[in-house]
Design a protein around this ligand. Sequence first.
Ligand SMILES: Cc1ncc(COP(=O)(O)O)c(C=O)c1O
Length: 347
Amino acid sequence: MSDDFIDLRSDTVTAPSAEMREAAATAEVGDDVYRDDPTVNELERRAAEAVGTEAALYVPSGTMANQIAVHAHTEPGQELLLERESHIYRWELAGAAKLSGVQTRTIDAGERCVPTPDAVREGLVDEDLHRPGTGLLSLENTHNYRGGKAIPVDRIAAAAEAARDADVPIHLDGARVFNAAVALGVDASEIVAPVDSVTFCLSKGLGAPVGSILAGDESFIQDARRVRKLFGGGMRQAGIIAAPGLRALENVDRLAEDHANAERLAAGLDALDGVDAPAPDTNIVVAHTEDAGIPAESLYAACKEAGVGCVEFDDYTTRFTTHLDVDEADVDAAIDRIAAVVEGLRD
Ligand SMILES: Cc1ncc(COP(=O)(O)O)c(C=O)c1O
């Protein structure tokens, strides 16, 4: 990829900073399966503190954190209730079915992103002679597919309460929960308070090269640690990769810059004829190009050719994501390039 390429495919594309590389090189390490790695232990302590939970577990990826949560909360044959466009349902290779033997039941929450309490109650299944029972409700904040929407705390709390009333635990896929917290002006712990477990990623907007966190209470994390081992995620001198993760936790406040850049990008794209790019809550911009007659597949290919990375989301929907490695000037350059691409592809 050329130096001039403006990579807006995802906030996962960032390169570790010099400080992160230095932290990795000098990290104190031990065998983390024996709980002997002081850097991992410190990261888990600080991560739990950051979301207000009793404990936390360092894992290689957001997908593994989510799948461990599904496995630890449920029994095979139960149902997992979740939103129709959620990452766990849409992008995790049916892991819930393959790794945990659960059946998924989806709710279309639309632009609300989180199901209403009534929709949750309707989706919950009581265990009886014919029905398997719901083992877990999973929510997502920010909602990736629906454009990085930051879901207000009360909406999460209301859905969670409906599940809790039926003794069903709640997981939050908060891969970008700090983006939500910054956008909503609340502490991440407020978003997490109503749920039993949360995933968040160090390797997205926070800029770490590797790693995610699964957080919850002590007994849940004890179970989750066994599941991590089962899934092959027990790591040894993991302090080498956990050390940049500790530095990443310092990057929460600067997420506001990514949000401002995303807003600038969306405004620039929305101004193009036939392009609908709603103002984003956080760092994810989705551009709809049906009115311009431009399929996402063509836009993606032409943007790549023009030096802008993006991701196809749907037939006419394309995602652009801002992050630590792009600034306002990059965004302006990206808008110019995309404008030229759109002009060239227009019907
Ligand atoms: C909402 C959400 N959850 C989970 C993940 C999975 O994270 P990872 O790519 O680290 O497996 C992603 C990745 O983009 C995501 O957007």
